[in-house]
Design a protein around this ligand. Structure first.
Ligand code: DWN
Ligand code: SAH
Length: 405
C-alpha cells in the first residue's frame, strides 16, 4: 500500500512498468554504464480520484541545466500557444498594467506572445539551459522551482498576478499542495490560474500509456482537479478540451466564489463518472490493453527484422522511453531514432540505448518502416514527410493500437 500524494489515503498500483531510466537522460557512450533507474508503478486513489506515480525521482535529476526538451521544436505548438495567449489576453482584458506569470515557461514559447503585446510577464523555469533561450527573447525568468515559498518571494519584488499560466508542468509536480498554496498567495482576487496537461480521459480512451514516465507524476481529470482545488479554497470554474499532446484538458481556477462556474465543469465531471474514471476496475482493463499493444508491436518488429526490413524511429520523445524500456525494444529491432533537437543528437536513448541521430540524416537513411514515437505531432510530421513516405515506405504507430500506414 502507498499513501496518496494528495489526500494521504492508501492505494495499490494498477500497473508496474519495472525499472525505468530518466526519460530525458540521453547519454554519451562513456555514460552508458552509469544510468539511474527507479521503479515505475502507477496507481489510482479511490478517495480523491487522483491517478499518480507511486515513486518519482528527485526533481533535480530531471530538471537541470541540461534538460533535453525544448518546447519550440514543434511549429504546431508555437501556433497553439499564440492562440492560447491571445484568448487569455482577451478574456482578462490584459494591458500594459497587467501582470502574467507562467510556471514552467521553458524556452518562452508562450510568454514571447505577451512581450510582443506589451503585457508585463514573468517566467519561472528551473531548467537553466531552456530558461536561457527564453531570457534571450527578452523575457524575465526566475530559474527556480515554483512552490509556496517562491510565490511569497515573488510578491516582495512584483505585484499579484492577473493571470497565472502553466502548460504541461502541473502534472510534473508531486508537491501539489505547495503549488496550490502558492497560487492562492500570488493570484489577484479576480485573477485566474489556467493550466493544461494531458487528459486522463483521453489517455484511458486511447491507451496512450506512454504519457506515463518519470516527469508525469499525475494524470489529471476534472474530478481530481476539482477535489484538489476545494482543499485550497480555490474553485475549478472551466474546462476546455485541447487536441495537443494526444488530447489535453485546459483547467481554469479562481478564488472560491470569485467567478461563475461554467456548465462545462459539471458536464465533464458527469461524463467522467459515466466513463467510470472514478472506479478502480477501469484502470485494470487499461493495463490489459497496454500489454496487448506491447505483444503486437514486438511481434511486428520481429517479423520485420526476419524479413530484413530497415526500421528506424522518428522523434526521441520522453514518451518513447516508456515504450522502449517496457517493451524491451533494442537497436536490433529499431536501428536509430531521428530527432531535430541538437542536445539529443549523437547520443543514446535512455535505457534502451538506441542511437539518436540528427534529423538531417533521416531521408538519406532510406528506411522501409518508420516507427512514429512523436505520434502526438502526427499531423505536422506526416504532412512534412508526405512526399518522402509515399514511395514504398510505411509509418508504424501504436496508439491506440498497432497500425501500419
Ligand atoms: O510534458 C512534456 C511535454 C510537453 O514535452 C515534457 N515532460 C517533455 C516533453 O515530452 P515529449 O518529449 O514526449 O514531447 P514531444 O513534444 O512529443 O517531443 C517531440 C520530439 O520529437 C522532440 O524531441 C522533437 C522531435 N521532433 C522532430 O524531430 N521533428 C518533433 C517534431 C514536431 C518534428 O517535426
Ligand atoms: N510549458 C512548456 C514546457 C513543458 S516541459 C510546454 O508546454 O512545452 C515541463 C517544464 O516544467 C520543464 O521545462 C521543467 O523545467 C519545468 N518544471 C518542472 N518543475 C517545475 C516547477 N516546480 N516550477 C516551474 N517549472 C517546473
Amino acid at each position: 500500500m502507498t499513501k496518496c500524494l494528495i489526500c494521504k489515503s492508501d492505494f495499490s498500483p494498477f500497473i508496474n512498468f519495472g525499472d525505468m531510466p530518466i526519460a530525458n537522460a540521453f547519454s554519451k557512450k562513456e555514460e552508458l554504464n552509469d544510468e539511474y533507474t527507479f521503479p515505475m508503478k502507477v496507481g489510482f486513489c479511490s478517495n480523491c480520484k487522483m491517478v499518480q506515480l507511486v515513486e518519482q525521482p528527485d526533481r533535480e535529476r530531471m530538471f537541470h541545466d541540461n534538460y533535453a526538451f525544448y518546447s519550440s521544436t514543434s511549429k504546431y505548438m508555437k501556433d497553439h500557444f499564440k492562440l492560447f495567449s491571445d484568448s487569455v489576453s482577451k478574456l482578462q482584458h490584459l494591458d500594459s498594467n497587467s501582470f502574467v506569470v507562467e510556471i514552467g515557461c521553458n524556452d518562452g514559447i508562450m510568454l514571447q506572445n505577451f512581450i510582443s503585446s506589451n503585457i508585463p510577464c514573468l517566467g519561472i523555469e528551473p531548467s537553466e539551459n531552456v530558461a536561457s533561450v527564453a531570457t534571450k527573447k527578452g523575457l524575465e525568468v526566475i530559474t527556480e522551482f515554483f512552490d509556496q515559498p517562491l510565490a511569497k518571494k515573488i510578491l516582495k519584488s512584483h505585484q499579484k498576478a492577473d493571470v497565472i499560466l502553466s502548460a504541461n508542468v502541473m502534472c510534473h509536480i508531486p508537491y501539489m499542495h505547495s503549488i496550490f498554496d502558492g497560487i492562492k498567495t500570488l493570484l489577484k482576487e479576480d485573477g485566474i490560474f489556467i493550466f493544461e496537461d494531458p487528459y486522463l480521459g483521453e489517455i484511458i480512451e486511447k491507451t496512450s500509456f506512454d504519457q506515463i514516465y518519470d516527469e508525469h507524476v499525475f494524470l489529471f481529470s476534472a474530478l481530481s482537479i476539482n477535489n484538489l482545488s476545494q482543499m485550497h479554497e480555490l474553485e475549478l470554474i472551466n474546462v476546455e478540451s485541447q487536441v495537443t499532446h494526444g488530447g489535453s484538458m485546459r483547467y481554469t481556477i479562481a478564488h472560491k466564489g470569485a467567478k461563475k462556474v461554467s456548465k462545462n465543469v459539471f458536464k465533464l465531471i458527469n461524463q467522467e463518472k459515466k466513463l467510470k474514471l472514478d472506479e478502480e476496475q477501469s484502470y485494470l482493463s487499461f493495463t490489459d490493453k497496454v500489454n496487448k499493444i506491447r505483444d503486437d508491436l514486438i511481434k511486428l518488429l520481429n517479423e520485420l527484422k526476419n524479413d530484413r526490413k530497415k526500421v528506424v524511429a522518428y522523434g526521441a520523445t520522453s514518451k518513447s522511453t516508456t515504450v522502449n524500456n517496457y517493451f524491451k525494444i533494442t537497436p536490433d529491432l529499431v536501428e536509430c531514432i531521428y530527432d531535430t533537437t541538437p542536445i539529443k543528437q549523437n547520443k543514446f536513448s535512455p535505457g534502451a540505448h538506441i542511437p539518436v541521430l540528427p534529423y538531417d540524416q533521416f531521408r538519406e537513411s532510406d528506411p522501409d518502416y518508420v516507427l512514429l514515437f512523436a505520434w502526438n505531432h502526427a499531423t505536422e510530421i506526416m504532412k512534412k514527410e508526405k512526399d518522402f513516405m509515399s514511395t514504398n515506405r510505411h509509418w508504424i504507430t501504436y496508439i491506440p493500437n498497432v497500425n501500419i500506414s
